[in-house]
Design a protein around this ligand. Structure first.
Ligand code: CDT
Length: 310
């Protein structure tokens, strides 16, 4: 999904999403992934002190039924296409999460929910007014649902694949991938908003060439998607919110579908609204899962304790 400005009403963004969903279904998609916080601009880049305004950036109640978002789920049911959607969640107990859901069209229900675990950035904004902020630690709680894989029934082309969701920064963490890998995951879904040039955030040179910085950000993005897919013998699908928001904030593209050998099967060509699609033959996961990364035979957990110690 391309540019979404701070002032764009949800209805405008939703119309774009409905069109993308229709077009994807016409191309034969069975599952459609939308990006992280897909319904609005990536608001954690702004310092929002006004409580009412902050509340307005979140989805309240059942996201599949609320006025703002129900049309997307109605369309998914009408088309018989499952969707995974990233959104800012105001939970019932007034806790806030950066969440995504997997919506199963045939049953008209949420099959799984994931709440982002690795929240990047800071609680306090940078002092430099030119800095791009990432105030996720201010606005969200770390996810409390773990990395729970789930089976997806009723897909025409495959028998109940095992899927898992992660959100943006999670993809940089090997631990997240391995938690899914250990559950036999076959498709990982990951939406993201990644700045193209944000030297404060990445701790890099403020005077660096923005184009070069963007290439580096894209390189790191693809590196982790390909590495995570390969080392866990799983397909992965990732969807960017990209383009230049408010004429100022660039977000990388690079949406891609990666195979279990780490090969890129499809890749976005633009930073605008665009569909990428691939056939994922899940039997391609077998080699990795039964040979190179047969965890039961090759892992040496007695040496991994450091990974889970504080
Ligand atoms: N949305 C999100 O998690 N973005 C981060 C930006 C990097 S923060 C150093 C990402 O990992 O792409």
């Amino acid at each position: 999904m391309g540019t979404t400005h701070r002032s764009d009403p949800r209805s405008k963004t939703l119309d774009r999403m409905l069109k993308l969903l229709d077009d994807a279904a016409n191309q034969g998609a069975e599952v459609v992934l939308f990006p992280e916080i897909a319904l609005t601009t990536f608001f954690p880049r702004y310092l929002i002190d006004d409580a009412e305004e902050l509340t307005s950036w979140f989805e309240h109640g059942d996201v599949t039924k609320s006025e703002n978002t129900a049309p997307l789920f109605d369309k998914a049911r009408e088309l018989g296409v499952d969707i995974s959607l990233g959104f800012a969640e105001a939970a019932e107990n007034s806790e806030r999460f950066n969440s995504s859901i997997y919506y199963h069209a045939k049953s008209g229900s949420i099959l799984s929910k994931y709440r982002k675990i690795h929240l990047p950035g800071d609680f306090e904004p940078f002092e430099d007014p030119d800095a791009v902020n990432q105030l996720e630690k201010r606005y969200f709680k770390p996810g409390d649902l773990g990395f729970q894989a789930f089976r997806v029934p009723d897909l025409a082309s495959s028998s109940e694949p095992i899927m898992g969701m992660m959100i943006c920064n999670d993809r940089r963490w090997t631990e997240a991938w391995r938690c899914y890998g250990l559950q036999g995951v076959e498709v990982v879904l990951c939406g993201y908003n990644t700045p193209g040039f944000a030297p404060h955030l990445f701790g890099s040179d403020k005077n660096a060439d923005p184009k070069q910085a963007e290439q580096t950000a894209l390189c790191h993005h693809k590196l982790v998607m390909q590495h995570g897919s390969y080392t866990n013998a799983t397909f992965s699908v990732c969807a960017a919110r990209c383009g230049v928001d408010d004429g100022k904030y660039s977000l990388i593209g690079g949406s891609c579908i990666v195979g279990p050998e780490g090969d890129i099967l499809a890749e976005a060509k633009t930073v605008e609204d665009e569909i990428i699609i691939a056939d994922c033959d899940l039997s391609a996961c077998r080699q990795g899962k039964t040979r190179t990364f047969d965890f039961a035979r090759h892992r040496r957990v007695e040496h991994y304790r450091r990974i889970v110690e504080q």
